[in-house]
Design a protein around this ligand. Structure first.
Ligand code: GMT
Length: 372
């Protein structure tokens, strides 16, 4: 198949899933065309079978807000025609879905170009429900030739909030278990020798509650020598750095900023912290599990579909620092429990979430949509 993929190229779960999907599809013999305003962060442009088409957004003094959606739609139609695309697959509804709809309608007199929209989370739970975007998000879902959601939670939430009638297929996120795998914890660059490593990966937006990671570390350190590694960047990085100093744990926290090879960092950690207020799926938890690193996460959104409390990780209420810290301490002080959970986490990732299981679901869904 010849597939066009559009996503946000920046550091964020939906862009990462879209990029990994494109690379997996290419490795299975499909021709993949990324259409976005920048090269997606984890995309290796040299990957055979993968092409990248930049969307140029011209500015003009009249435009206070350059119309990216229109430039994207034009580029999608152009690429689809030039390379004979069979389908567009857009990740994150706003504004990608509307751009795909315009491209489809522009080409309709000459060729068929169905599009699939994958819903990822904040496009529904935060941005999509904002009054300015609600009607257009609902319309874009209804107009899509196929819609997928990355968890059952997100499917149900979308149906409930938008009242849409079209089927939403649940295709869960996946991880490359050959790349993300347990490794000897020998290359630790952080903390003092013998200290346990907690890791957090996100875009540091308020929904992630990154300050809780610092509070959890401070609490854990009363019982266990531990160091926190913070991966990513965003609005709450500065406040988190300040809080670490205020709580007297400044030198026990390392802020690494944005990293494109988290598969090299994760296996060196002991526990992943995911204290989010909301998470439609929790990709960072899956990536950690594949590396045999148990997550201590919050019982929100789609996370309980991924993490089984007490088996392959722990789930506590968002904001409950004492409970989350106690779970971390439990894991770090009970070697038997740790080994069981680490193995169960890896086994679940391989059994249910490996690329080999999930990519064929997308391929099957594309064929279904194309044959309608
Ligand atoms: O988490 C974010 O803020 C980024 C956001 C995105 O769309 O880029 O992530 C969402 O999609 C990820 C990949 O499917 C999911 O793993 C995240 O749970 C989801 N984030 C939220 O629901 C807050």
């Amino acid at each position: 198949m010849r597939i066009g993929i559009t996503c946000y190229p920046t550091y964020g779960g939906s862009g990462i899933v879209a990029t990994e999907l494109g690379m997996e599809l290419a490795s299975r013999g499909h021709e993949v065309h990324f259409i976005s305003y920048a090269n997606p962060i984890r995309l290796d442009p040299d990957t055979p079978g993968v092409h990248y088409h930049e969307v140029e957004v011209s500015t003009y003094p009249l435009f206070q807000f350059p119309p990216y959606c229109l430039a994207l739609a034009s580029r999608m139609a152009e690429v689809a025609e030039q390379y004979g695309l069979d389908l567009l697959h857009v990740h994150y509804a706003i504004p990608h879905s509307i751009a795909a709809m315009l491209a489809r309608d522009m080409l309709a007199p000459r060729r068929r170009l169905p599009f699939v929209t994958t819903l990822h989370g904040t496009d529904i739970t935060l941005v999509g429900t904002d009054r300015s975007y609600f009607p257009i998000t609902k319309f874009s879902i209804e107009q899509s030739d196929g819609v997928t959601a990355i968890s059952e939670y997100l499917r149900a939430r979308t149906a409930e909030v938008f009242g849409v009638q079209n089927e939403i297929r649940v295709i869960r996120n996946f991880v490359n278990c050959d790349l993300y795998r347990p490794q000897a914890k020998s290359e630790r660059f952080w903390g003092a020798p013998g200290e346990k490593i907690l890791i957090h990966i996100s875009n540091f937006r308020p929904v992630k509650r990154v300050l809780d990671c610092v509070r959890i570390l401070a609490e854990v350190r009363r019982r266990v020598k531990a160091h926190l590694v913070m991966v990513g960047d965003g609005p709450d990085r500065g406040p988190a750095e300040r809080l670490a100093r205020e709580l007297g744990v400044g030198r026990h926290v390392t802020f690494l900023g944005k990293q494109s090879h988290v598969e090299r960092l994760l296996p060196q950690a002991d526990v992943l912290l995911l204290p989010s207020e909301m998470e439609a799926f929790g990709l960072a938890a899956l990536e950690a599990m594949a590396c045999g690193v148990p997550p201590v996460a919050t019982r929100v959104g789609g996370v309980p579909e991924l993490v089984t409390h007490g088996e392959d990780g722990f789930l506590e209420a968002p904001g409950d620092i004492a409970a989350q810290a106690a779970r971390v301490v439990e894991l770090l002080t009970d070697e038997g429990l740790y080994q069981r959970m680490a193995e169960a986490a890896r086994a679940k990732a391989v059994r249910q979430y490996a690329s080999a299981q999930v990519i064929p679901l997308y391929e099957g869904y594309y064929r279904e949509v194309m044959s309608r």
